[in-house]
Structures are given as structure tokens and as C-alpha cells.
Design a protein around this ligand. Structure first.
Ligand code: CP
Ligand code: NVA
Length: 317
């Protein structure tokens, strides 16, 4: 049984073939109109969402499947009346695939332990693999390659998207530079950096952590940022975080240091005037809506891949 929990678990060839498949699906979606016929996706949400919630549902429906939005706050699980194991064992008897957006990554891992159907991480506080697979598709489409490119990430790097970029970029032969404040609370988790460095060494790529935004941007082909106030960050931290993260805002000075054909990325939702200026977000180099669109295509490829590798053995949990 395969699941998508983090990109640490997925090798380069699997990622490459997913990107190829997503490209084919995007080119001719009609060809895949029955690929998920009568298959049911259950989408468990503990946090808000626009892109993940809608793109997964649209993806399932466009391929002849069906998607159920399951709000954790109105579930027995959310009410403390049922545990994760029982919830997932029940869902495994009804549905074909689960996508879950949760706060704690350990809870997603627990779901995986008890599930007899594939589980997809739709974002946890630790990682956001679907986002980064969609981002690789966007970079590949625009740049025509991944290997040898430098992606520079700015801002809060103790972050799910950053961790997924750190797992994926070195695997695909991309260099990654992180520009963040020199405080542990904004730094990527050390184990992820260590893993990224090992992978980079095997693939002739580099991983750098810097605390100077202009230096990090120099020559980068991809400039990436994410929210300073991720869903799990309490609102009362906003003022202090904005003060700490302001020097890492992506603005025209930062873009001016990057490669002249650099693209600007943000997984969205985004706040103009915070992690990037409006000028950058709405400027000619911004590909943020291509990123959002590509979530749809890559997630179709992810669901098909996982369904093909699913077993129907309900005793496995
Ligand atoms: N990028 C992303 O996952 O967006 P949502 O939070 O809207 O799903
Ligand atoms: N880091 C952000 C990503 C949103 C898609 C968050 O967790 O809120």
C-alpha cells in the first residue's frame, strides 16, 4: 500500500513519472474522464482551505469519481467521541482514498497506520507534499527543466512548504537556498536540512541556509515565499513575526538580484504587503495562479498512482 505522507518517502523516478502523467492529464483531461469511475475520495479537513479542498474535489469529479468533504469539527473524531484508528478503519470500509489536512503530522502518520486505503497528506504543520509536486510541475513547464536550477525561499522556513521543498528540490537536482531570520523558530527543522544535504550530495546539488535576503536571491531562477502566518500560528504572534520576517519580504529589490527570467512563486493564500509586495505578486514574473491550477493536474496523477497501488485487503490495518 502506498500513501503520500512526505516527499522524503518518494523517489526521483516516481516523482518524475507523476510529473509526466500530470502533464499528459493537463494536455488532454477528457482522456481521463473515467479514470476514477465510481471511486470515492474522502477529504478530512481540520483547517481552512480553498485550493486543496476545491482542486481535489474537481479532480475526482472530472475523472468520474466522487469526493466527500468531511469537516473534522463536526465529526465524532473532532468531538473527542471516537479515535483516529476507529475513524480510519471505518472510512477504509466505505471509500477508496483519503486526503487529510491536519494540524499534527503525527496524527496523519497514525491514520496511515490504520488505513487499508491510500492516504494523502493535504497539509500538516510539518509538510505539504501535494503543493510542492504541483510547484515542480509549474517550474518544469516554465523552465523546461528542474536539474541545475536554483530555488531561493524567503521568510518563515520552519514551515510545511519549506520542508517539502527541502525534500524535493535536491532529489530533482535543484539547488535550494533558504533566507530566514537566524532564530530557531523560523529555521527549517534540522533533521529535514540534514536529509536534504545528504540527498543534495548524491545529486550534485546544494542546500544553503542564509540570513540575508539579497544574498540569497542572487542569480536564483525561482523565488518562493509563503505566508508569515500559517494556519497553525496563533494570531497573537502576528506583530512579533511581522517584525522578525519583514527583512525577508520578497520585493522588487529581492527580485532585482534574482536571474532576469526568474519566476515568483507563492503557494497561496498570500497577503500583499507582507511576505511579498503587491508589485511582485501581481507582476509579470509571478506564476502564483499557474501554481494554483497545477494542484488540480498533479493531484489527479497522485490519486491515479495511489489507486493503482492500493490493495483491497481490509485486514491489513
Ligand atoms: N496552497 C494551498 O494549499 O491552499 P489552501 O490552503 O487554500 O488549500
Ligand atoms: N504554510 C502555509 C501553507 C498554506 C497552504 C500554512 O500552513 O498555512
Amino acid at each position: 500500500m502506498k500513501h503520500l505522507v512526505t516527499l522524503q518517502d518518494w523517489d526521483r523516478d516516481t516523482i518524475r513519472s507523476l510529473l509526466d502523467r500530470a502533464t499528459a492529464i493537463k494536455k488532454d483531461p477528457w482522456q481521463y474522464r473515467d479514470a476514477m469511475q465510481r471511486r470515492v475520495l474522502v477529504m478530512i479537513f481540520e483547517k481552512p482551505s480553498l485550493r486543496t479542498r476545491v482542486s481535489f474535489e474537481v479532480g475526482a469529479v472530472q475523472m468520474g469519481g466522487y469526493a466527500i468533504y468531511y469537516d473534522m469539527s463536526t465529526s465524532p473524531l473532532g468531538a473527542g467521541k471516537e479515535n483516529i484508528a476507529d475513524t480510519v478503519k471505518v472510512l477504509s470500509r466505505y471509500a477508496d482514498i483519503i486526503m487529510a489536512r491536519l494540524f499534527e503530522h503525527a496524527k496523519l502518520e497514525e491514520m496511515v497506520c490504520h488505513s487499508t486505503i491510500p492516504v494523502i497528506n493535504g497539509l500538516t504543520d510539518f509538510s505539504h507534499p501535494c503543493q510542492v509536486l504541483g510547484d515542480l510541475l509549474t517550474i518544469l513547464e516554465i523552465k523546461g527543466r528542474l536539474k541545475g536550477l536554483t530555488l531561493a525561499y524567503f521568510g518563515d522556513a520552519n514551515n510545511n512548504v519549506t520542508h517539502s521543498l527541502l525534500f524535493a528540490c535536491p532529489k530533482m537536482g535543484m539547488n535550494i537556498r533558504i533566507a530566514c531570520p537566524a532564530k530557531a523558530r523560523y529555521m527549517p527543522q534540522p533533521a529535514v536540512v540534514e536529509e536534504a544535504r545528504k540527498t543534495a550530495a548524491r545529486n550534485r546539488a546544494s542546500v544553503e541556509i542564509l540570513h540575508d535576503a539579497l544574498a540569497a536571491a542572487r542569480g536564483a531562477e525561482v523565488v518562493y515565499t509563503d505566508s508569515w502566518m500559517s494556519y497553525h500560528i496563533p494570531a497573537e504572534e502576528q506583530e512579533a513575526r511581522v517584525a522578525d520576517l519583514r527583512p525577508f519580504q520578497v520585493n522588487s529589490d529581492v527580485m532585482g538580484q534574482a536571474d532576469r527570467d526568474a519566476i515568483f512563486m507563492n503557494c497561496l493564500p498570500a497577503l500583499r504587503g507582507y511576505e511579498q509586495t503587491a508589485e511582485v505578486m501581481d507582476g509579470a514574473q509571478s506564476v502564483v495562479f499557474d501554481q494554483a491550477e497545477n494542484r488540480l493536474h498533479i493531484q489527479k496523477a497522485i490519486m491515479l498512482y495511489l489507486l493503482e497501488h492500493a490493495s483491497r485487503d481490509t485486514s491489513a490495518a
